[in-house]
Design a protein. Structure first.
Length: 153
């Protein structure tokens, strides 16, 4: 991911997490990853159509999603059900994408698709992290990862 886009995505994600979810995000460099493997339980994704078709993906552990959902809904994390988890991740994905498009500039011609979410445990060895291709944000010792990939040819 080009460095300016990575910086914008990092900044936008941090701002959304701070203002809408009352979280204290800590952006990390790829070299800051200390875990031998990274595990995620929920994926959010959204297509960004335009001159280039892109897909924004968000990966996070279930516990982080529960805490973000609880903050958003003003309830306790153990009161959050699976439907609320997916709704929160869908809304987080939507907010990040909308702010990303706004920051890049609406004249860039990107249009947001409909965010999708799913459960699915994925474990990624930290050695498989491609330098510069992901955004990592730590919130209270839990890791969130974002990627942007080009869709199609």
């Amino acid at each position: 991911m080009p460095l300016p886009l990575k910086k914008i995505l990092t900044d936008v994600t941090s701002e959304v997490l701070e203002t809408m979810f009352f979280a204290l995000p800590e952006p990390l460099l790829d070299s800051d990853l200390r875990e031998p493997q990274i595990t995620f339980d929920i994926r959010g994704s959204i297509s960004l159509g335009g001159p280039q078709r892109l897909q924004l993906n968000l990966f996070l552990p279930k516990r982080m999603a529960a805490e973000l959902s609880a903050n958003l809904l003003a309830i306790e994390p153990d009161e959050v059900d699976d439907e609320a988890l997916l709704d929160t991740v869908r809304e987080l994905t939507n907010m990040i994408a909308g702010n990303l498009i706004n920051r890049i500039g609406e004249d860039a011609g990107f249009e947001m698709g409909i965010p999708e979410t799913s459960f699915g445990r994925a474990t990624l060895p930290s050695s498989a992290v491609t330098e510069g291709q992901n955004v990592f944000i730590m919130i209270e010792e839990k890791l969130l990862m974002l990627t942007i990939r080009q869709e199609g040819p």
